[in-house]
Design a protein around this ligand. Sequence first.
Ligand code: PMT
Length: 222
Amino acid sequence: MSAATLAGQRLLISAGPTYEDIDPVRFIGNRSSGKMGFALAAAAARRGAEVVLVAGPVHLQTPAGVHRIDVRSAAQLHAAVLAALPADAYLGAAAVADWTPRTVAAHKLKKRAGVDTLTLELVRTADVLAAVAAHPQRPPLVLGFAAETDELEANARAKLLAKRLDLIAANRVGVAGSGFESDDNALTVYGRDGFARALGPAPKTQLADALLDLLATRLARP
Ligand code: PMT
């Protein structure tokens, strides 16, 4: 069976980590490689979608036919995603920092003799996914990811409701063979309408296609 087309659809996808600067040489990051989001972008472009990919700092090539916008911080990702609306779907695969330093030091923080601790004050970042879902130009389909070490289903369902999403794809992190950095993953997709489906374990490239099949069906509904 050939893959369901996405011709005529504009997909906005976020991928990769964000880096929250502490000073000119240090930052707070996370282990996202961007592979999951880039696989989605590549597969969507192959199906004929117009794809805008907002990417945090990653070492991946831009997939053919994809319009890529590079960002570094959660604030930049937030601004770039909102500026790229409207879209038919938003797929939030980026691992966006939840916290960022209140201030960025202009000069490298120096060690001082006799001072053995450093306290950083962190403030909450904006939730990009929730902002997209609450936006006046809300895409008809908003899909988030849930990266969890425990209580996968309960935590994913809570995010689905709290962020007012249509779908959430839950994946386990902190174990080999899924989540961050790995070429493979296993997803369980939950819908606000009661939908639930396990996808994989499989390579992220295959999971991207399986996820897009679900999306294409929903986007095709009148
Ligand atoms: O990049 P890879 O190495 O391939 O790994 C893939 C992945 C594990 C990063 C990916 O599959 C994944 O789970 N992405 C979401 C990671 C994450 O931040 O999950 P979360 O449960 O903390 O956040 C839930 C959702 O809210 C996510 O869609 C996230 O993009 C979004 N979010 C979170 C915080 C924030 N400030 N803004 C957001 O939009």
